[in-house]
Design a protein around this ligand. Structure first.
Ligand code: NHO
Length: 362
């Protein structure tokens, strides 16, 4: 019977984690086999787990909130999962670098991983290599679709292109759901648009931003996504800070200590973004935050650019991403993927779909 079940440990129950848990619960009902056993869940302060490896999915968030258990240390979680009665999968729904750094350990113990966390794949190039080496030796599976473009099929597409022998020559587009939402509402193609700082607050409330919204506004989130895509394209990019990235954080706010303090002070600097918007308007254009990778010249860059109002990038709606893959096979007509690029449910969808893939492979 053990082969007909898998054990799932979930770390992180924030915006994405909560949506993932409800998708997991629905999946377990829809697909009784193999049986999906939630065996561990933790936030940064609390955890729920039992010696029989069974944690009920239904009321798990209330249980977590009232739990008196502390989270296990990462090596202890690895031991616990390696000793599970059947194959185990770790779902990392945090943005923790420490957890990302432990992926080689989990993978080497035969524990598969699914995650929307970008840190493991956009950290040092050595961590990237260690992760894929550990997975190939142990046979554990690793999927991270939602680390780029939420549930949109970005990572699976680039992997398929490269695995089937195509060559990626250029990738460009809007890679940030937050930045897309901000510019679509602050500098729309039609109408006046809102106040910059108010739109930033909205993006945070809608669950589009990173846990600290400064990671979106300083361009680092896009830089991380481009690092991941550049590496799959064959460029051994060292880190997300090894190429030019334009930050939209006002100089005066670069050193404030918390994300909350930053949001509180941001309205004082709205005129800076207004100027950028007006300069584009004078040319009959709109400003957008974009990224690109040119494989031949090894150039990766992230920042503001202006677009004609008829350009597809100018006409995006909501938190939509648009990503164009130029390859040898596709020639000058790129393969284009577009749709919601941020938000709890669409990000969790990528995680749940990855989980389904892993279950069918282990
Ligand atoms: P939250 O809501 O802050 O939740 C994180 C949870 O992890 C918190 O509950 C925290 O207590 C817990 N945690 C942190 N460290 C922990 C530790 N060491 N042990 C246990 N628990 C710990 O953040 P989200 O929004 O739920 O994000 C979770 C992960 O999904 C992050 O890695 C984030 O980068 C990733 N993600 C989110 C989104 C999104 O839309 N929210 C997307 C992709 C990936 O496509 C989306 C995207 O790129 C968003 C981006 N900001 C954009 O394009 O605008």
């Amino acid at each position: 019977t053990t082969a007909n079940q898998v054990f799932i440990a979930v770390i992180g129950a924030g915006g994405v984690g909560k949506c993932f848990l409800s998708q997991l619960s629905a999946l377990a009902k829809r697909r009784p086999t193999p049986k999906l056993n939630l065996c561990y869940i933790s936030s940064s302060k609390k955890a729920v787990f039992n010696s029989d490896y069974s944690v009920g999915i239904e009321n798990v968030l209330q249980e977590l909130a009232s739990s008196s258990k502390s989270p296990m240390a990462l090596p202890q979680i690895a031991d616990y999962l390696a000793a599970a009665p059947s194959k185990a999968i770790l779902v990392d729904n945090t943005s923790s670098q420490d957890i990302a750094d432990a992926y080689p350990l989990f993978l080497s113990r035969g524990i598969s991983i699914v995650t929307p966390n970008k840190k493991a794949f956009s950290g040092s190039y050595k961590l990237w290599q260690d992760i894929f080496t550990a997975a190939s030796i142990s046979g554990a599976k690793l999927y991270h679709e939602s680390s780029c473009g939420a549930g949109l099929p970005i990572i699976s597409t680039i992997k398929d292109l490269v695995d089937t022998g195509d060559e990626v020559t250029k990738i460009e587009g809007v890679f940030s759901g937050t930045m897309s939402f901000l510019f679509n509402s602050f500098a729309p193609v039609e109408g006046a648009g809102g106040q910059w700082s108010a739109e930033v607050k909205k993006a945070k409330d809608l669950g589009y931003t990173e846990p600290d919204p400064r990671d979106d506004l300083n361009g680092l989130d896009v830089a991380r996504k481009l690092t991941i895509l550049a590496r799959y394209s064959g460029l051994p990019v060292e880190s997300p800070t090894s190429f030019p990235v334009q930050s939209l954080i006002p100089k005066e706010l670069e050193t404030v200590s918390s994300g909350d303090e930053f949001l509180e002070k941001l309205p004082q600097f709205d005129s800076q973004m207004e100027e950028i918007k007006l300069a584009a308007e004078k040319q009959g254009k709109v400003v957008r935050f974009v990224g690109s990778i040119d494989v031949a010249s090894k150039a990766v860059k992230v920042g503001l650019e202006t677009f004609d109002k008829s350009h597809p990038i100018a006409a995006l709606k909501g938190s939509d991403n648009i990503i164009s893959f130029y390859t040898k096979r596709y020639g000058s007509n790129p393969l284009i993927i577009q749709g919601a690029g941020a938000g709890g449910d669409v990000t969790a969808m990528g995680v749940t779909a990855d989980l389904i893939k892993v279950i069918s492979q282990i």
